[in-house]
Design a protein around this ligand. Structure first.
Ligand SMILES: NC(=O)c1ccc[n+]([C@@H]2O[C@H](COP(=O)([O-])OP(=O)(O)OC[C@H]3O[C@@H](n4cnc5c(N)ncnc54)[C@H](OP(=O)(O)O)[C@@H]3O)[C@@H](O)[C@H]2O)c1
Length: 271
């Protein structure tokens, strides 16, 4: 049995993860973590997720929860990441971070943690998106530079970070496969009188925030006279929860290191 601690357990994803644990007999929820200011402290995590009592109450004491854990999964807020990394390092508990919008300044802390624990940072834990990233890598490497590459993403109106972490991961995959990661993206897209035509190396991102869309990503490869579009559409956030728990089970027995969903799926990627 793999003992699991969920961080951000009171949120939309946290509750979806609690419900999804029912589909994973090899996992047992032993820790349910919210913020110190959470209105749900002391409540049963299963009841909070509308999936029946589990006998695990929401707490803000992560170090204590990690003392009885084999793996931790974090879907909370970027501001919590540093403390979570520190706690998982000292408890030697593998960590999957699904939280998006992590600060660029967190990179040294992520690298340092990965020297001591298995660490998987996944801006998107859907298995379909993990495969999409690989397909984008293949297409970007195969198509000539006369094919422009753009990422179009759409999410629900309450999502506060943009572009999505997944859109940035898709851009990075295309950029690395085509030109070794040198071009970078044009996150705001093109607006107004830019003054210059689009450059060949540019990879654009267009963002939509609307309604209750769970998450859509399309990568368009537009060349002279033809277009290839690779798309993924999520209609239920349970897919992220299932993917995260499947990957967490795998991560629990990995040696220290930095992992991606592609590693989990068995792809060999140059990073
Ligand atoms: N990787 C993926 O596939 C994927 C998919 C969907 C979403 N996400 C990302 O996952 C994150 C959560 O999304 P969501 O939709 O569930 O957001 P949400 O509903 O706002 O939930 C976030 C939760 O984090 C809790 N929290 C805040 N500070 C905390 C702390 N210090 N320690 C522990 N918990 C804390 C908050 O609850 P309390 O105040 O009650 O503690 C809140 O309920 C976002 O970054 C989102 O972009 C990733």
């Amino acid at each position: 049995m793999t003992r699991l601690v969920l961080i951000g357990v009171t949120g939309r994803m946290g509750r979806a993860l609690v419900r999804a644990t029912r589909e994973f007999p090899a996992l047992t929820l032993t820790g349910a973590i919210g913020s110190a200011a959470s209105a749900a402290l002391g409540r049963d995590a299963g009841e909070l997720a509308d999936s029946g009592p589990l006998g695990v109450t929401v707490s803000a004491d992560l170090p204590r929860a990690l003392a009885e854990a084999d793996v931790a999964v974090d879907f909370s807020v970027p501001a919590a990441a540093r403390a979570t990394l520190k706690a998982c390092r000292s408890a030697k508990v593998p960590l999957l971070i699904g939280t998006t919008g992590l600060a660029a300044g967190l990179a040294p802390a992520l690298d340092a943690a990965a020297r001591e624990i298995a660490l998987l940072v996944a801006p998107n834990t859907s298995l379909g998106v993990a495969l999409l990233i690989e397909l984008v890598r293949t297409a970007a490497a195969a198509l000539p530079s006369s094919f422009d590459i753009d990422v179009v993403e759409a999410h629900h109106r309450t999502k506060t970070d943009a572009p999505s972490g997944t859109a940035l991961a898709l851009v990075a995959a295309a950029d690395t496969a085509r030109q070794g990661g040198t071009a970078g993206a044009a996150p705001a897209g093109r607006a107004g009188v830019v003054g210059t035509p689009r450059g060949e190396a540019e990879i654009g991102i267009a963002v939509l925030r609307a309604g209750d869309l769970v998450g859509e990503h399309t990568v368009r490869f537009c060349g002279p006279g033809e277009e290839l579009a690779l798309s993924h559409r999520a209609s239920d956030r349970a897919i992220f929860a299932r993917g995260a728990l499947t990957a967490a089970l795998w991560l629990a027995s990995r040696p220290p290191g930095r992992y991606t969903m592609s590693d989990f799926l068995g792809f060999k990627t140059a990073t």
